[in-house]
Design a protein around this ligand. Sequence first.
Ligand SMILES: Cc1cc2nc3c(=O)[nH]c(=O)nc-3n(C[C@H](O)[C@H](O)[C@H](O)COP(=O)(O)O)c2cc1C
Length: 267
Amino acid sequence: MNLVINIYYTGKNGSAKEFAKEMISKGIVDRVRQEKGNKRYEYFFPENDPETVLLIDGWESKEALDKHHKSPMMREIAELREKYHLKIRVEQYTPITDSKDFETVIRERTATRKFKDKKVEMEKINKILEAGRLAPTAKNLQPQKIYVASSDEALEKIDKVSPCRYGAPVVLIVCSDKSMAFTKDDYSTYEMDASIVATHMMLEATNVGVDNIWIEMFDKEELKKEFNLADNIEPICLIPIGYKTDDYKGNPHHHQRKDLKETVKFI
Ligand SMILES: Cc1cc2nc3c(=O)[nH]c(=O)nc-3n(C[C@H](O)[C@H](O)[C@H](O)COP(=O)(O)O)c2cc1C
């Protein structure tokens, strides 16, 4: 993807949400996705801002985007926007392309326990979340729910429930919706599904140069209370992400890996 546009639509009394819903129900979203060169066209409904919806719009090239701007659909979109009296704010950028090769990513990923007070670029956060979105889940039910904690208030709550934020400016709270996961008798894949999603996100974070760690040490019940999570939403892990401090010496246990013959048997 060579070009990404974030469009924030804002309107009174939930009108931005109504606009997005009409875009979907009228089939405009599907039609844009079928345009040549479109890589992504998705609405997000931020829970902390009911007046705004975010459209993430990705294009293969500037030419494809120019063609989209000239398509008849643009008129329909403009009319809908006027109907709902929405204000828009647009951010356009070229996403990071300097990916590492896979071997490098799996060798470089390591637990970081001391983060700088430096923000993680939104573009990188989106890339990390997208890697989670592409993870496999049982029956493709995608029960994961990811909460991105980055406000002071949210980070304070994390500190109340875990000693392991290590100063990270962003914490991904990886949860799984038990009522949505594949279940058979007493067995459910909710934890496996979310773990694979979490692993995808950690590896993508490493890929884009964002340090990270998997945290299990947190009070799950307290976290549910602090963030008002419903009963069916089960926290699986926290992933603090950011940039390690210059003096961080690395995880001393990182290289202590068992020999393959201790963990693998050809049968
Ligand atoms: C399931 C799981 C739970 C973990 N929980 C914690 C934790 O609560 N606190 C912490 O500091 N590190 C935690 N870690 C990080 C591990 O200690 C670390 O990944 C391990 O020592 C291997 O080192 P490496 O990640 O540098 O390769 C956890 C890792 C995993 C996979």
